[in-house]
Design a protein. Sequence first.
Length: 489
Amino acid sequence: MRKQPSFSTHLKAGYPLILVQTHEEGRAICQLAEEAQKNGYDNIYSWDIATGIYSYTDSKVDEIKSPPGPLQKFMNKGFPDKAVMFLKDYHKFIGNTDIYRLVKNLIPILKKNDRHIVFVSPVFTIPPELEKDIVLYEFNLPSVDDLINLAERVVDVNNLSESVPVEREVISAAKGLTFQEAENAIALSIRETNTISKDIIQLEKLQMVKKSGLMEIYEPVAESEWGGLYNLKQYIHKRKIGFSDSKYPMPRGILLVGLPGSGKSLSAKVIAATLDVPLIKLDIGALKGSLVGQSEERLRQALKMIDAFGFCCVWIDEIEKNLSGVQSSGRSDGGTTSNMFGNLLTWMQESNSPKYIIATCNDLSELLAISQGALLRRFDDIFFLDVPSEKEKEDILKIMNKRYGTDISHKIVANMEGWTGAEIEKFVKATLFEGEKEAFANIKPMSVYNKDIIDRAREWARQNARMANIIEASIDIGDSSAGVRKISN
């Protein structure tokens, strides 16, 4: 992908309206203003509703605090040419009719006089009337070198140069944080551990995700809590090296297909623990908003945050339900879900950030209808999670006995035909309140009610997916000796 042109190139190309979407308002304006000045733009201003218009040339303040004020000032014939004005918090006003009409009227004047309006805001919904007039400039978060310089300054200011080392590997963990967030993490690390701690930096990154409200953080689950699914476990362990050794291609992700209770969600949590990385849940449905373009923008923000986060597992649960609006071709929600689906597909294909995507699906036929194969190709492999085999049920029962302090005999699993791991757990919990016989009688396996769906999924999985369970699983694969040559005596 071609590198984004510089900010000064945008100015020289004559873009009248530029949007810089960032949470680092101060750093962005300082850096971009310096770049503009180096390229001949000597008249630099900023505006906010509390201060008015501030001149970076002579530090004078013009107390024009009404939102239309800076735009009207830029229209004056006496205002200098080759000028740049940074407008702060303008997302609060740009949707008003009088404001965006003023902006539209200002565009020819800006072009003629080499003047430029730069909107700087953490969020910004562009009115449809201005969509073709505003260009987005990506302001990057601090690089690792920037963060190392920051850490060295913090250490120097506190006279800790001899006792607190600044190690590139540790500071690299802060990539994806703003300067302020990184400074907070570094200061907290020094205060808590007398050094710069990678673990505390990681906690600050988790806080970043939580504060955004766009995604959820889930606690990984130890592999000892993961019963059965031996083929899937072995697969994950074999792929671990792909995340640490550059000789191997980095794994992209897997799709887990199976009926409810088969262990898909638990698998996502255990995989994160096995890879020793945080688990971020991306709920596409929860990102949908009521305003036009809001849903797509929130998804873009979430995906950008994942890219900045560093190595993590990304869990998309029940992906077919999250994308169900795609089939309507935009009739039900104005094309929002289709647009979000397109953004997700592009990101999964193009993003090179270290991550492992784990998507789960209950109804494969629905997912096939939605994606027409495009989504499936984004995963390294698809695993089918069937009901556990008898040996796997014994292992699951053993885990549940330990978890709930029960002592149920493993012999009972011979009567658990079609039971999932979730149903075994439900049974064990029920025995704490009633006898085993009564608890057993009240379990109705989901596999019975969903037999047609499961049979179709099994048939498809035979040809197109890997089996998560051991060979002994309940899928009928026929006589293994069929078709094998017999040697006569």
